[in-house]
Design a protein around this ligand. Sequence first.
Ligand SMILES: [Zn+2]
Length: 159
Amino acid sequence: MYHWEWQDIELEFWTPREFKYPEMMAVVQLRFMDELRRRCGFPLHNNGDGRLDRDMLRIYPELTLATMPDSAHWVRGPSPENRVRDCQANDIEPEGRGILPDAEFNRRMGILAQKALELKNEDSFPDVGVELADRHVHVDTFVDRVRARRPWYWVGKSR
Ligand SMILES: [Zn+2]
C-alpha cells in the first residue's frame, strides 16, 4: 500500500512518485485509477495528471491562456498556491511501450480502454469521462466545467 500524504489515503498500486503533481490529485480520481489498475491486471503508466498554466502553454504553444480550450487537467493558475486537491484527470497507457512486443502492448491498450469504459457503468464512478486517443487513454471523474460541453466518451489525438 502507498500512502498519499496530501489526501491522507492509501492506494494499492499507485505511488505519488508516478505523478507530476501528486498533491493536486482529487481522492475520487485516485480511487478510480487504483480500481482501473486492479481490473487491468498489468502495470499502467501515468503520462499526465494536473496541469498548471505553464504546462498548458507548453502543450499548446500556438494558443494563449485566453484562447485555449478548457481541459479537465487544467488546475488554473500560475503557481503552487493553486495546487488544491481537485485534479480529476489522467492520461495513461500500459507500462512497457517500446519494450513489450507491439501485439502485446496493443492488446493491453485495448483492455485498458475496455475497463475504463466499463467502470463508467458502475455506481462508484458514475461521472467518468474517457478519451480514446492514439497514444493514451484519458480518464477523468467529473469536472464540472467541462461536463456540459462533451459526451462521456470521445476519440482524440495525443499531443
Ligand atoms: Zn487527458
